[in-house]
Design a protein around this ligand. Structure first.
Ligand SMILES: [Zn+2]
Ligand SMILES: [Zn+2]
Length: 116
């Protein structure tokens, strides 16, 4: 589709707000563990080393829980990885296997497709 067509002809007449009552589970965890780790790593991603948001006087870095269980959440520092938002998204999409023997920095990405 041409850019002009896309920009002028894409109209969503049905966009609106929907009110819903729902019961939701809220994660209860001690944020100070992740916050201390972020500080320890200088607010840099443990994968790419990127420091994001500094020019806006903000630190945009996230604490990823390596083993995430719905019933029991392991929030211990040994289960956390400090990563930039992009790597956090990639981890959630790719679902990599972590090499604990060689510490969290060595990530063995699960190959979903073979290039052979
Ligand atoms: Zn990163
Ligand atoms: Zn995560």
């Amino acid at each position: 589709m041409l850019e002009n067509q896309l920009l002028s002809n894409s109209v969503d007449l049905n966009s609106s707000f929907e009110e819903k009552m729902q019961i939701s589970k809220i994660r209860k965890l001690d944020r100070s563990i992740g916050n201390n780790l972020k500080m320890f790593y200088g607010y840099r991603c443990q994968i790419c080393g990127e420091l994001i948001g500094e020019e806006y006087s903000a630190h945009v870095v996230e604490a990823h829980l390596i083993d995430y269980f719905v019933k029991i959440i392991n929030n211990n520092s040994s289960n956390q990885l400090i990563v930039c938002p992009i790597h956090n998204r990639i981890i959630h999409k790719v679902n990599p296997v972590f090499d604990r023997k060689n510490k969290v920095l060595n990530i063995v990405m699960k190959k979903t497709r073979s290039n052979a």
